[in-house]
Each structure stands twice: as C-alpha cells, then as structure tokens.
Design a protein around this ligand. Structure first.
Ligand code: ADP
Length: 474
C-alpha cells in the first residue's frame, strides 16, 4: 500500500487524471457488463426450463389422455405423435424401475443420466446436471401405463445457451478492452488540454522567480473557469508582491541613507575632538553637543524604524477612553511646546466613549499628528481637537493653523521618509516616519484617516475609529 501511495505521489497530474478517469470508466463498464451477463444468463436459463416444463407437461397430458390400456409396444410403433410434442434437441427416455431404457425419442445425448434418489410419485423434478460433459436440464417423473411401472426422463442439453453466453462474454471483454484504450486516450488528451494553462502558469512562475520578481508576468488565460481564476489571483498576488518587494528595497536603501548621515556627522565631530578638542575647550564643547544631538536623532530614527517593522498583534482587550487619552497627550505636548494653544472640544456625553484601540497606539497616533502641527507652522501654533461619535464610530478631528501642504505633497505624506521640506523637518528632529506610523496603526485597528490641507492656511486630520462596544451580560 505504501509503495502504491508513493507511486501515486510521483505521478504527474496529467497521469493521475487519465488513470483515474480511465479506471472509473472501465470499472463502470465492467459492472454494467457483469450485471447484464448475469441477467441474460438467468433469463435464458429460465426460458430453457420453461421449455422443459412445457414438454414434460404435454407428455404427461398425452399419457393421461391415452389411458392405462396403452402399452409400451404400441408406443414403440407410434412415436410420431410424441415427437411432435418434444423439441428436436430434447431426448425423451422411458426407463423401467431398474433404469433400463425401454423407449427413446431423439438422441441428442448418448449418456443416460443417473436416476435421482427422490423421484416424486406425482409430477416430476427438474435438475441441472452434466450429461455427455455438457450442462443439461434433466426432468424425471413416475410413469404408470397398464401394468408397466417405470420412469419418464427428459434430457435438455444447454449447449446452445452455453455457446451464446460464451459469445456474449467474448464480445463484452473485447468491448471492455476497446473502451479501456479509448478512455485512456480521451482522458489523456482532455487532461493535456485542461492542464495546459497550469503548465504555462508554472513556467511563468519559474521565470519570474529566476529574475527575482522583476520580470513582467506574461501568462494570459481567457477561460472563466477555476484555472482562469487561479491565474487572475496569481497575477494580482505577483503585482502586490512586486510592489511590496520594491517598497522593501526602497525602505532599506532609504533607512541606510538616513542612518548614514548622523553617523558621518558623529564621525566628523569625534575626529575633530581627537585632533583639536583636547586643547580647545570650545571645539570640544560644540562637537560634544552636536554629537549628542546626532545620537538622539539616530535613537529616534531607530525607535521609529523598529515601530514600523514590529508586527505586534492587535490589543483590543480594554480599548481606550478617547477624551482621557487625548488629554494625556495634550499635557505632554504642552511641555514640549509651551507656547502652543491646544483646545479640546467634546460634549458631556462623550466623556466615557471608548474606541477599539490600545491606549499606547492611540496616544502615539495623536502625539505624531500634534507634533507635526507644532513643528510645521510659522506662527504660534493653534490647534483644535474635536471629538464626536455616532452609532459605530468615533471621529477625531485635529485642525492646525500651520504652513499647510500642496495637493501634490499631500499624496505622499504617508510614504516612509517623505518630507516636504527635508531641511525644516531635520531641523525639528523629524525623520519622515511619523505619519507612516500613524497610517500603519490606524489600518491595524480598522480605522480610517483623511487629510485636507491648504498652503499657508492649515491642515486637518480626520480619524475614524470603531467604538468599543461592551457586550452586556444578562
Ligand atoms: P516628519 O518626521 O518629517 O515630520 P512625518 O511623516 O510626520 O515626518 O510627516 C511627513 C511630512 O509631511 C513632513 O515632513 C511635513 O513636510 C509634512 N507634514 C506633516 N504634517 C504636517 C502639518 N500638520 N502641516 C504641514 N506639513 C505637514
């Protein structure tokens, strides 16, 4: 069995297909043939038996109408009438009680069949026995004519039935063989035809993989069936994979570029300290200050990169009370930008509204947006936060009076390392990752984010987060 399973696993899909359909076809054909064969055989046997019964009944009726005064001698000279009763392939014998033949009609079988043990006194028995080496029906009953006591025996050979059945069997075997060969060829051809798109798909996959996902996808399938669906899914998957691959490559090159800058600055200042810093306290102090700044920047960059790379599971066990968490972030912000004006607006009934997000994630989202609102402004920052909710969602609107962004810039602000003004961002300790983290977190917690902005007027971020609905226990 193990060998058979291993052999099956080694077969190609085409072979498996052809083998299965050919076997199913052949087995069904064989089953129909067997049932047909048995049905024909039993029906024909029944016909033969009916013929024996008819001859025996007619003979018995003949002897009964002739009466008890009919002698064997008369019968021997009068066989014509009896001959018309029996079929020409049936042999009729009248035997005495010792089983010696007294009279015989026809001679289709030489051998006198053995007398059975229990011959009924009235009527007759029919048995299927071998006579002259061939299957035959033998009917036997008691015969009393005047003072003669003996048996009436009829032998009905089944040779024509046997040869008919042999002919049917040979034809069926021959037809079965033809059906097997035909079904093998038809199944193979069908399998080749149906599996052709899969073959093309697999060679296309190999080609794309060999070119490290950079080669274009070429396979096309017009069919609307499962294989057509598979090719569609493959193409879709490959496009996504390709863009993820390119995005990853860009991310790695951007990240290494961003990390290289502070390291180079650090290296320069450390060399300066080594050369002149020992003797010049001013150089030493300035270089140390700049180095500390760069190390801080690097630390922040690494932390944000790790935040993006970490794929932590969602934590929605508790949810976050929006008003409470917003106030915590506002307090933090006030310590960073004491001159910023941040106002929070919400109705009384909003007080305990909870959203499906972890407190940490919510605070980080708000922190990044508020930090940008404080950073990218040319006047005193004035920020308004509006909190509202409906049946399913909570809406958080953050409005600032900053420098705003052009529609072209707005399209890219969620891309990693994108900065409208690189120098300005760097000056404020920006890394270009803040909004990417915001987007990633909002997506993770099934929220949505919209931004609208106008140059020199300000920017508005609108966040929708699903409400945390507590299932009331009865
Ligand atoms: P950064 O660390 O540079 O702030 P972000 O991903 O947080 O990176 O933001 C990307 C860019 O989008 C910023 O560099 C900035 O140019 C622009 N930006 C973000 N928020 C605002 C805002 N409130 N007003 C104006 N420009 C903004």
């Amino acid at each position: 069995m193990k060998k058979l399973t291993a052999y099956w696993h080694r077969l190609t899909l085409k072979r498996k297909w052809a083998l299965t359909s050919a076997s199913v076809l052949f087995i069904s054909f064989a089953l129909v043939c067997v049932i047909l064969y048995i049905a024909i055989n039993s029906w024909l046997l029944n016909e033969e038996k009916t013929s024996v019964t008819r001859s025996m009944d007619d003979l018995t009726a003949f002897f009964e109408t002739r009466g008890s005064n009919l002698t064997i001698n008369e019968m021997q000279h009068n066989t014509g009438l009896m001959n018309s009763i029996v079929d020409k392939d049936q042999t009729v014998r009248i035997l005495n009680t010792d089983g010696i033949e007294i009279l015989r009609l026809n001679n289709t079988s030489e051998e006198i069949p053995d007398l059975p043990q229990n011959i009924p006194l009235k009527g007759y028995t029919i048995q299927q026995v071998k006579v002259d080496g061939a299957d035959s029906f033998v009917a036997i009953g008691h015969l009393r004519l005047g003072n003669f006591d003996g048996y009436l025996q009829l032998t009905h050979p089944l040779t024509s039935l046997a040869s008919l059945m042999k002919y049917i069997l040979t034809s069926m075997l021959l037809m079965g063989l033809i059906a097997l060969i035909a079904s093998w060829f038809i199944s193979s051809a069908l399998a080749t035809l149906l599996l052709q798109p899969l073959k093309r798909l697999s060679s296309d996959m190999k080609r794309v993989a060999a070119h490290r996902f950079e080669a274009p996808i070429q396979v096309t399938v017009d069919s609307q069936d499962e294989i057509g669906d598979l090719v569609k899914v493959y193409k879709q998957m490959m496009t996504e994979l390709e863009s993820a691959f390119l995005q990853q490559q860009r991310f790695i090159s951007d990240a290494s570029h961003e990390l290289r800058t502070p390291i180079q600055v650090l290296e320069g200042h450390l060399s300066m300290i080594q050369r002149w810093g020992k003797d010049d306290p001013e150089v030493l102090n300035e270089s140390l200050m700049t180095s500390i700044d760069e190390v801080r920047r690097m630390k922040q960059l690494i932390e944000e990169l790790l935040e993006l790379a970490r794929h932590e599971a969602k934590d929605i066990s508790q949810g976050a009370i929006v008003a409470e968490q917003t106030e915590i972030v506002m307090k933090e912000m006030k310590t960073i930008a004491p001159n910023a004006e941040i106002n929070l607006h919400y109705n009384e009934d909003f007080h305990n509204v909870r959203v499906m997000i972890s407190e940490n994630a919510y605070r980080q989202i708000l922190h990044n947006i508020l930090q940008n609102a404080v950073r990218y402004t040319s006047s005193i920052p004035s920020i308004n936060i509006y909190l509202t909710f409906d049946l399913n969602n909570c809406t958080i609107v953050i409005e600032d009076n900053g420098i705003g962004m052009s529609p072209e810039s707005l399209e890219h602000i969620f891309e990693r390392f994108y900065r409208v003004d690189k120098a300005r961002s760097r000056e404020h300790g920006g890394t270009g990752l803040g909004l990417s983290i915001v987007k990633m977190l909002i997506d993770k917690y099934d929220g949505t984010l919209e931004v609208s902005s106008a140059l020199n007027e300000g920017t508005t971020f609108t966040i929708h987060l699903p409400l945390f609905l507590v299932q009331e226990s009865i």
